[in-house]
Design a protein around this ligand. Sequence first.
Ligand code: NAD
Length: 501
Amino acid sequence: MSLPLEYPVTLPDGQKYSQPSGLFINNEYIKSKSGATLESINPATGEVNGAVYAADSEDVDIAVDVARKAFKSWRKVTGVERGILLNKFADVLQEQRDLIGAIEAWDSGKTKEQNAVYDIDECISCFRYFAGWADKIQGKVIQNDPKKLAYTVHEPFGVCGQIIPWNYPLAMAAWKLAPALAAGNVIVLKTSEITPLSLLYVAKIFKDVGFPAGVVNILSGFGATAGKALASHTGVDKIAFTGSTATGKIIQQLASSNLKAVTLECGGKSPLIIRADADLDQAVKWSALGIMSNQGQICTATSRVYVHESIYEKYLTLLAEHVKTTYKQGSMFDSEAVVGPQVSKLQQDKVLSYIEIGKKEGARLVLGGEKNTDKDLAKGYFIKPTIFADVKPEMRIVNEEIFGPVVSVGKFSSDEEVIAYANGTDYGLGASIFTQDITVAHNLASEIEAGMVWINSSNDSDVHIPFGGVKMSGVGRELGEYGLSMYTQAKAIHVNLGTKL
Ligand code: NAD
């Protein structure tokens, strides 16, 4: 039986909508050439939410071809017009915030009221922010020789391939789509095979607000087929990827087929340092937020906490109490729930296996450390918020990305010692420092190997500020003006003002 291109859905909160299932190519939903499909699974119940068509390399070829044709006219559209379209798109997201938030929650396991709708707000901010840039992209005049006029224009790449993960299906798409479109590129984006629904629904809004056919193309599909075809496609000029470091390495290799430009936002194991002079109440709240939000499925999760030995036990007691009272676990449509299920069974199993590793390695379990088997949650992929203490630098739970609500806490006695701990992994995404000493704070920020450092907070990222990592956490930046610059390339124009040979 072939899958219909749209089907009616009633969400658990009672909202009704029509879910598209096709590949969004040339402003239409179409079936995949092979007829292959993939399923969205409800993380709170393990039941199938619905299926969508899955692209393979033939569908990627079609989408890239369509995008390349669209680029011919899209590149002539003014920045003002691009900005207007991006703002119109943000307006519709705003109007449909509650529905889109509910779809996102249903598909990904984010709790709707406490988590998913805020992602939609971030998408709206992101589209509005880059809409503002669309008519402010400027090159330079280079003044050296009076007999030569030299200037640069910042041109779009052309066809941008974009590959995103499941932990922020809409926000990760927004971080890529908005700057690429503002800069005048056309796009073929592949969603995660685990969370295909929300962006596929949102895709038609691009058509509705007036983006020309072929400018934005959204494909559901698996990494090993559609993702590989997109990253290696010689008709794609630039690839932007967010996902694991292991896949990021593969993307960089695939992109070498035509030396396409690459940006990679990969994994992390971000440290959070609490000095003896910190505001402990604030450190407790921010450190809990930095690992328990989004079920710990955040690339910048501050998953390693280092606390000065003089306040170590006090911090652990306060953290456990705060997490127990503030991070209530429940399903996506429980309005009081903050921590939902992990996105998939695979992810639940992976996190549980790390919890077992932590126990075997000798870390002290302070809280959680198991599946949540409460009556209403037993079928879902829930893991209780977990705190490990007394961790040592060589432990796997200290060095490897767990990507769940599991924090590893250790103690330190000097700034030199804690900097060595903080820089002791292959990752370099985020880092947090809690101290009241402004000089020490800036000195530590400069010594930490990370793309982002928060002083007296954690994970309060912002669309105006660049986001990205060093070491094996990635290449390039998203968001802010730096993020925009990843979607243009400078062309130098030399004009001879009279030099004769
Ligand atoms: P993943 O690497 O498994 O998959 C990411 C995407 O890559 C998916 O769309 C997948 O289909 C695709 N993919 C997989 N194999 C591929 C291949 N061989 N060729 C081309 N594409 C392929 O990651 P995930 O499990 O979806 O997401 C979790 C990871 O993402 C974590 O490591 C997390 O830290 C990272 N992440 C990083 C950031 C950041 O900004 N640095 C943000 C969010 C998530």
